[in-house]
Design a protein around this ligand. Structure first.
Ligand SMILES: NC(=O)c1ccc[n+]([C@@H]2O[C@H](COP(=O)([O-])OP(=O)(O)OC[C@H]3O[C@@H](n4cnc5c(N)ncnc54)[C@H](OP(=O)(O)O)[C@@H]3O)[C@@H](O)[C@H]2O)c1
Length: 347
């Protein structure tokens, strides 16, 4: 960031350059600035003025630290509509915040109405454009209502980030209809939500589904997925549910869905969230590692349609696309998982 006497230019976000004139607004430490945001399109080697907005920064000694960027985006090509499930905590919350800070409209999903209300309020106060949605993803009816609510308010959706997930349930591990909650929340509900939202994503340029998976993976027991067999071990249930998510991602991307990019992403292992605290009793690594890769998966060119990564697994521990578990791209096994999920949803 470069500060002149009364003007500023800086390149805070990839591909964007801001410049403007500082207007002193009140307190000694906070300034506001009308600014011009210029989007640089690297692929087409073009640039042009795109929107106006405002930012605030705090003066720390002789340094200026940007506290918030608020973009009143008037070029809709720049602003995307992005649904983040499980935005009430952990990686989902950090991702939603980062996306809102970049000026995107973020649809915040949580299962607890008060918790997601607090999150939405805080993001709005920071200048973010957000909407909130409540649904318990262990209940099929809630998932359907969530999809209906999003479709009722939006005719198009750019990105769906299926982030909500559960490891230790802290209570019963099966739903009232006898299915393992890990499979329902981590595998089946994101599948159903994706299916229901695809109609408003198809036809959208560069639409993406980002499935938040894990490096944890264990061969899927179809009887456990259906609820006929109980898995006693939390880690085993979680690892099977995440591999099953990778498998439907691969099947949907390669067999059914050509227009929308679908990727499964391990956001990084043992990141500092309540899931890791409750599951492993440790504090964990910077949650920003997970948010950064999900923002990249949602927006960056490396995941765009022309990169031809649809159906693939990105392992953020390795920092690259990887084959991961050999069942990730085993077409016959992936199809079998899909059939089981479909048969549950047809009930
Ligand atoms: N942290 C890691 O190291 C790590 C590593 C690999 C993968 N992941 C994956 O990253 C994703 C985010 O996890 P996290 O680590 O950020 O954990 P977290 O802090 O526990 O967040 C999980 C999110 O999912 C929501 N959720 C859980 N059960 C739900 C249900 N039945 N219905 C609706 N929402 C539900 C939670 O809502 P509440 O706020 O109401 O609890 C919360 O918003 C998960 O898919 C997880 O498997 C995490």
């Amino acid at each position: 960031m470069r500060l002149g006497a009364n003007c500023v230019t800086w390149s805070l976000l990839p591909n964007f350059v801001f410049s403007g004139t500082i207007i002193r607004t009140g307190t000694e430490s906070v300034f506001e600035c009308d600014l011009v945001c210029t989007k640089i399109d690297e692929r087409r080697q073009q640039s042009g003025e795109a929107s106006f907005g405002a930012f605030t920064y705090h003066q720390v000694g002789s340094r200026a630290v940007v506290a918030a960027v608020r973009l009143a985006v008037n070029d809709m090509a720049m602003s995307k509509t992005i649904l983040v499930t499980g935005a009430s905590d952990g990686i989902g919350l950090a991702t939603a915040r980062a996306l809102a800070d970049r000026g995107h409209l973020v649809l915040l999903h949580g299962r607890n109405a008060e918790k997601i209300e607090r999150v939405a309020e805080a993001m709005s106060l920071a200048g973010g454009r957000v909407e909130k949605y409540v649904a318990d993803l262990s209940r099929q009816k809630d998932v359907e209502s969530l999809a209906d609510a999003v479709c009722a308010r939006h005719s198009s959706l750019d990105v769906l980030i299926n982030n909500a997930g559960v490891f230790k349930t802290g209570g019963p591990t099966v739903t009232p209809d006898g299915r393992d909650i890990r499979f329902v929340v981590n595998t089946v509900s994101p599948y159903l939500l994706t299916k229901r939202l695809l109609p408003i994503m198809e036809g959208v340029q560069d639409a993406r589904v980002v499935n938040v998976s894990s490096i944890a993976a264990a061969p899927v027991d179809l009887d456990a997925l259906s609820g006929k067999v109980r898995i006693q071990d939390d880690y085993q249930a979680y690892a099977q549910s995440k591999l099953a998510m990778n498998m439907w991602t691969y099947h949907m991307a390669t067999q059914e869905q050509k227009g929308v990019v679908l990727v499964a992403v391990n956001p990084g292992s043992l990141l500092a969230t309540k899931m890791v605290k409750e599951g492993f009793g440790i504090n964990g690594n910077d949650v920003g590692i997970g948010a950064d890769i999900l923002v990249r998966a949602a927006l960056s060119d490396e995941f765009a349609p022309h990169a031809q990564r649809s159906g693939r697994f990105f392992d953020n521990d390795a920092g690259c696309f990887a084959r991961g578990h050999p069942h990730n791209d085993d077409s016959a096994r992936c199809a079998a998982v899909m059939r089981e999920i479909e048969s549950q949803l047809a009930l």
